[in-house]
Design a binder for this molecule. Structure first.
Ligand SMILES: C[S@@+](CC[C@H](N)C(=O)[O-])C[C@H]1O[C@@H](n2cnc3c(N)ncnc32)[C@H](O)[C@@H]1O
Length: 203
């Protein structure tokens, strides 16, 4: 199934109104602890968050860092912009065509984003371009499970999730990261083989 940024943007604009409410159960039971752990690993003065969404990670941003956040959807971003913290810049942009110079950031972070980016390999290549030498890409993502039966189910349900929300639940994210020219230095299962944390470095 193919998707493009314009359709994804419109789907997230529409879903932005109920997004926080619908995500509340998973947020409370799973996501918040993974967000906290991911952002505790940011050890730089300035970082980029891709796919900020409604700003659920903002409260976990390290105090001293300047954060630049981008998202495709102005509906999602408008919610994030209501969260008042210092040293935060939010922009509407597509990760597949980032408005930054080469080698601009030490760290790029994203949570649950590359399931929705129309061409994730192009997005990862753009991140590689704007990362400084020695920079790191840090992610929490849901991916196609390794269990064959479960993978079949995800492939079937994928038609519905893409149509409803522009979300691909059958992405092979580790392969996509490597295809874009990264080496995965950490791949940790957070829940079964569906939710994973990745840390990757450009090769
Ligand atoms: C499932 S939401 C996750 C939002 C947030 N990161 C979180 O953890 O709650 C995916 C987000 O990725 C954004 N997104 C999808 N495709 C994108 C792209 N090509 N460039 C930038 N953001 C994108 C969507 O607009 C949406 O806000």
């Amino acid at each position: 199934m193919k998707m493009n940024s314009e359709i994804t943007r419109k789907k997230y604009n529409r879903n932005s109104k109920l997004y926080n409410l619908l995500e509340l159960p998973v947020e409370l039971f799973l996501y918040r602890k993974w967000r906290k752990s991911l952002f505790s690993g940011i050890d730089t003065d300035r970082f980029l968050e891709v796919g900020v969404g409604t700003g659920k990670n903002i409260k976990y941003y390290p105090n001293k860092s300047v954060a630049v956040g981008i998202d495709l959807s102005e509906g999602m971003l408008s919610k994030a912009k209501k969260i008042k913290i210092k040293r935060k810049i939010l922009l509407q942009a597509d990760v597949q065509k980032l408005p930054f110079d080469d080698s601009s950031f030490d760290r790029v972070v994203a949570t649950f984003v590359f399931c929705s980016v129309p061409d994730p390999v192009v997005g990862f290549k753009e991140i590689k371009r704007i990362l400084k030498p020695g920079g790191k890409l840090m992610l929490v993502e849901h991916v196609l499970p390794e269990n064959k039966l479960l993978a079949k189910l995800f492939n079937l349900l994928n038609y519905i999730t893409v149509k409803q929300g522009g979300v691909f639940i059958n992405r092979r994210t580790a392969d996509n990261i490597r295809k874009a020219g990264f080496e995965i230095v950490k791949e940790k299962n957070l829940l079964s083989t569906v939710f994973k944390q990745f840390v990757a470095q450009p090769v």
